[in-house]
Design a protein around this ligand. Structure first.
Ligand code: NDP
Length: 334
């Protein structure tokens, strides 16, 4: 079994030598355990935060152990009545080719791949999709006729925000880096508009472009990035607008991301609410139901960046933090 360990904690930017590839034997199964062969690993921005030894909502990733993370794969051996060989499952198996999992602890879920390809259970029909659903429906409370803006719009979370907002009769406007990503957001995901933030050197300039894309102002903002992008959106928020603070990837390597216009929260009476999707497990079934139907029916065709082989995981992960991914970043093992 090949595995990737966290070898050292980053000082500033994360680097490939923070990770180490190791090989070990999988232990024999005990009663209640199953052996899963991973087909895909999920690479997610939150993993960067957990590489630090800092106090956060989740405990740090321990050094000298397998990088934790979401996985999908197939049961190849089972000593549990709940799973049989051949079952397709989603779990938290980590950056390794095989995982021994206790079936009784509820960490493993069977999935149906008849309509939805297996890897999408790590993206649109998985944690990132539910994240989009939660912020849009529970915090922004998007309603027909409103304008909703989302940053990192071509990504795993952002793409689902736009598709779900369109389903609710909103005007959906994305912000993304570069013409290819913006073209995809408008033409393939069906957003009403997408603004390329890389074309703008400062927040007022990006805010002017947003004014064109959002002629009635912005009622709901789904924030994935922070910094200049957030400042620009703040300049266009309508009174009583709602901001779902989902992520601030621009600051994950430790750079400060000051906020230029905090007074606008007051003058526009904005609601700004952060959230962590794993704290709302009771809503996952409802969210996954809607997302599964959208993907299964072909109304939502999520894009993926697929890195090949376990050894490619560190570079793919570092690339994603720099925006080199285009859609949900996964690693294909089988
Ligand atoms: P994405 O697939 O969106 O990939 C990350 C994207 O972020 C990149 O492709 C890039 O897109 C953009 N990006 C990276 N650096 C910058 C930067 N400096 N400035 C602007 N954009 C940048 O990742 P996910 O969909 O998995 O995650 C999106 C966000 O959601 C993250 O912030 C993540 O932490 C957060 N999240 C939060 C959860 C929660 O429970 N609160 C759960 C899951 C995710 P581009 O090229 O367009 O800039």
């Amino acid at each position: 079994n090949r595995q990737i360990f966290l070898e050292s904690r980053p000082q500033g930017e994360a680097r490939a030598d923070n990770f180490k590839l190791v090989t070990s034997e999988t232990p024999p199964l005990k009663d209640g355990e199953v052996l899963v062969r991973h087909h895909y690993l999920s690479l997610d921005p939150y993993m960067r935060g957990r590489m630090n030894d800092a106090k956060s909502y989740a405990a740090p990733q321990p050094l000298g152990q397998v990088m934790q993370g979401g996985t999908v794969g197939e049961v190849v051996e089972s000593r549990s009545a709940k799973f049989k060989p051949g079952d397709k499952v989603v779990g938290m198996g980590g950056w390794q080719e095989y995982a021994v999992v206790s079936a009784e602890q509820g960490g493993l879920r069977k999935v149906d791949t008849a309509q939805v390809p297996l890897s999408h259970y790590l993206g649109a029909v998985g944690m990132p999709g539910v994240t989009a659903w939660y912020g849009l429906t529970q915090i922004i409370q998007a309603r027909q006729g409103q304008t909703v803006v989302v940053s990192a719009a071509s990504g795993a979370v952002g793409s689902a925000v736009g598709v779900l907002a369109k389903q609710r009769g909103c005007r959906a406007v994305g912000i993304a880096g570069g013409p290819d990503k913006c073209g995809y957001v408008e033409k393939e995901l069906g957003f009403d508009a997408c603004v390329d933030y890389k074309q703008h050197a400062d927040a007022p300039s990006l805010a002017r472009a947003l004014k064109e894309a959002c002629p009635d102002g912005i009622d709901g903002y789904f924030e994935n990035v922070g910094g200049l992008v957030m400042d620009a959106v703040m300049l266009r928020m309508n009174a009583f607008g709602r901001v779902a603070l989902c992520g601030m990837i621009a600051g994950y390597d430790g750079k400060p991301i000051p906020m230029a216009y905090p007074q606008l929260i007051l003058t526009n009476r904005l609601l700004v609410q952060g959230f962590i999707v794993s704290e709302h497990m009771e809503l996952w079934p409802q969210a996954l139901q809607e997302l599964g139907t959208l993907v299964g029916s072909g109304k939502f065709r999520p894009r993926e960046s697929v890195a090949q082989g376990l050894e490619s995981a560190p570079e793919a992960f570092l690339g994603m933090l720099k925006g080199r991914n285009f859609g949900k970043q996964v690693v294909k093992l089988v």
